[in-house]
Design a protein around this ligand. Structure first.
Ligand SMILES: [Zn+2]
Length: 167
């Protein structure tokens, strides 16, 4: 499956959705953003990315940042596969971007069990300079097997450092 992109515009905001696989064969959309202040990019449906896809993605993002420096790129429903790229690849998101929501990874050391939950920044979770902070009890997660509170994965700490440097 290839990258599936769709766009719609409402006033100054463009809704953009990416889904499927991001590879060297992916065609990224050529956006027309005159008068657009924000692009809401929903990447929740991205299931796979390889090194060729990372190259195409970073090129597209660099172009976005250069052509539309005053347009905010707001990433929604960031899946773990993209969070891992964001942490390790410089320039994976432009400076004029933010993370609106992301899938957090939870872990139960007793049961060696993982789970995921979508966290909304500013509602469920706050990126603080010293400590990532869950601010809503809904953001906590109990292990499905032993019912103990699960630990949030280290990944979130890396994500916090990245966003702290960005904004
Ligand atoms: Zn457990």
């Amino acid at each position: 499956m290839k990258l599936v992109a769709s766009t719609s515009r409402a006033g100054e905001v463009v809704q953009l959705t990416f889904g499927g696989e991001v590879t060297e064969a992916s065609d990224f959309p050529d956006l027309k953003l005159e008068g657009v202040t924000r692009v809401d990019l929903n990447v929740g449906g991205v299931t796979y990315i390889n090194s060729g896809g990372v190259q195409g993605w970073t090129n597209w993002v660099r172009d976005f940042g250069q052509r539309f420096p005053k347009t905010l790129l707001s990433l929604e429903k960031l899946p773990l596969i993209l969070t891992r790229q964001l942490i390790s690849v410089k320039g994976f998101v432009p400076r004029n971007s933010r993370i609106q929501s992301f899938y957090a990874l939870y872990y139960c050391p007793d049961c060696d069990q993982e789970a995921q939950k979508l966290l909304i920044v500013g509602k469920d979770f706050r990126f603080d300079k010293t400590q990532p902070e869950l601010i809503d009890s809904q953001a906590e997660m109990k292990c499905a097997t032993c019912a103990k509170p699960m630990e949030i994965d280290m990944l979130i700490d890396h994500l916090r450092k990245i966003t702290w440097n960005l904004f």
